[in-house]
Design a protein around this ligand. Structure first.
Ligand code: GDP
Length: 205
C-alpha cells in the first residue's frame, strides 16, 4: 500500500456524508498541533497530502484517504481507508466550533462498525492531557480499540522518550480498549514510521 501514492477521497463535515461502511478504517486523532498532518504525510510518503498547518483547529472535517486506484467509486471498495480527524483542544476555538467537533467526532467514533482502530497521537513534549483522557474514556466506553502514538520524539532526548513510553504504558494499563503497545515516532527524522506502517498493514489484512 505504501509503495504507491494515496489519494484524498472525501471530506466529511457531517455524519450523513460518510461513505458506506465496509473497508476497515483507521482514524488519526489528537490535539491541535500534535503533528497529525505531518505524521500522515510521513506515513503515506507524500508531503502535501494532509495539510500541515500552524493554524490549529482549522480542519473541521473527517478526511478520508485511500490507496491509489481507489479514488473513483467505480474502482470498487478500497482495502482500507485512513481517516484524518479534526484536532481538538485548541484553546481559542469558539464554543460553537468545539460543539460541532464533539458532535461529529463522538458520533463517528461511537457508531462506526468499520472503524478498526484509532491512533491517538500524543506530543512527546506534553504527554497525555485532560482532553486526551476524555477521548480515551469515550473510546473505552464505545469499545473502540485505540493505540497511542507519540509524536515529535526528536524534540526530547532518547532517555526521556524511554521514560515517557514506560510512564504512558503504565497509565493506560487498566484502560479496557487501549492497545498495550505504543509507537514512538518522529515525522521529522522518520523514527517509528515503518512500525506504524506495519500496524496499518496488519489492520488491513
Ligand atoms: P497538526 O495540527 O496536528 O496537523 O500538526 P502539524 O503536522 O501541522 O504539525 C504542527 C507543528 O509541529 C508544525 O510546525 C510541524 O512542523 C511540527 N512537527 C510535526 N511533526 C514533527 C516532528 O516529528 N518533529 C518536529 N521537530 N516537529 C514536528
Amino acid at each position: 500500500f505504501f509503495a504507491k501514492p494515496w489519494v484524498f477521497v472525501r471530506g466529511v463535515p457531517a455524519l450523513k456524508f460518510l461513505p458506506p461502511e465496509g473497508p476497515p478504517e483507521i482514524a488519526f486523532a489528537g490535539r491541535s498541533n500534535v503533528g497529525k498532518s505531518s505524521l500522515i504525510n510521513a506515513l503515506l510518503g507524500q508531503k502535501g497530502l494532509a495539510r500541515t498547518s500552524n493554524t490549529p483547529g482549522r480542519t473541521q472535517e473527517l478526511n478520508f484517504f485511500v490507496p491509489d486506484g481507489y479514488g473513483d467509486p467505480a474502482a470498487g471498495l478500497p482495502p482500507i481507508a485512513l481517516v484524518d480527524m479534526p484536532g481538538y483542544g485548541y484553546a481559542k476555538a469558539p464554543k460553537a466550533q468545539v460543539d460541532a467537533w464533539t458532535a461529529l467526532v463522538f458520533d463517528y467514533l461511537r457508531g462506526r462498525a468499520s472503524l478498526k482502530r484509532v491512533f491517538l497521537l500524543i506530543d512527546a513534549r506534553h504527554g497525555i492531557k485532560a482532553n486526551d483522557e476524555e477521548v480515551m474514556a469515550l473510546l473505552d466506553k464505545a469499545a473502540v480499540s485505540y493505540q497511542i502514538v507519540l509524536t515529535k520524539t526528536d524534540k526530547i532526548k532518547p532517555p526521556a522518550v524511554e521514560a515517557l513510553v514506560a510512564a504512558t504504558l503504565e497509565r493506560i494499563r487498566r484502560r479496557p480498549a487501549a492497545f498495550p503497545e505504543l509507537v514512538a515516532t518522529s515525522s521529522e527524522k522518520g523514527g517509528g514510521i515503518d512500525e506504524l506502517r506495519v500496524a496499518v498493514l496488519r489492520l488491513a489484512e
